[in-house]
Design a protein. Structure first.
Length: 205
């Protein structure tokens, strides 16, 4: 793609570096921004600078938050005895959109994958154990991908939590094998949460 300006080319490269955006789409976005006023473009850019510099993570569940503790963890109307373990923030958003879940969360930021060099120390596993140990948690729902890596992570976490008097469950396997939660339709995901089953090592074989 031959562009008339090095500035436009650099801007296109930045947009095209984002997932799901090709160079043609990036060019349309850049040309659209050029139609805006200087103040509008500055506000656009400053929004993302503020996002990168000021965004934080909840000290309790590791969800993205503007405050020390996120609004889900501080919501007294939610069931704090029920914790849903997810891989990423996008899974929290997907589950919240189902409007079928009223508990709280624990975000791992990854799943165990020896092939990729990701072990238990690389995810938020130890803080989950500490939460179960110190909080009045009665059930932990493993809402992780139905992949070999997801199942490995569930097996590891369930072994770490088995000494505690809590129920460990997994979302119903109406979710197709290999699917990421963020791409599952809200009805299917909601039903998978509602119809979750008690976990044992044979459940996911």
């Amino acid at each position: 793609m031959n562009l008339p300006s090095k500035l436009i080319e650099d801007a296109v490269e930045q947009f095209a570096s984002l997932p799901g955006i090709g160079r043609r789409t990036a060019l349309r976005l850049v040309l659209s921004l050029l139609k805006n006023t200087t103040e509008e473009v500055e506000a656009f850019g400053n929004t993302f600078i503020d996002l990168r510099n000021k965004i934080g993570y909840c000290k309790t569940c590791h969800n993205i938050s503007d405050t020390e503790i996120c609004n889900i963890c501080t919501n007294l109307n939610r069931d704090h005895s029920l914790v849903c373990v997810v891989e990423n923030i996008t899974d929290v958003i997907a589950i919240e959109n189902t409007e079928q879940y009223n508990g709280i969360y624990h975000v791992l930021y990854g799943i165990i994958s020896p092939m990729d060099g990701i072990g238990p120390a690389d995810i938020n596993a130890s803080t989950l154990v500490e939460r179960v140990k110190s909080d009045e948690i009665k059930e932990v729902i493993m809402a992780l991908p139905s992949t070999m890596e997801g199942d490995t992570t569930i097996f590891y976490l369930s072994n770490k939590l088995k000494e505690f008097n809590i129920k460990i469950s997994i979302i119903a396997r109406g979710v197709a094998a290999g699917d990421d939660l963020e791409y599952i339709d809200e009805v299917t995901l909601g039903r998978s949460l509602v119809n979750r089953t008690v976990y044992n090592s044979a459940t996911i074989k």
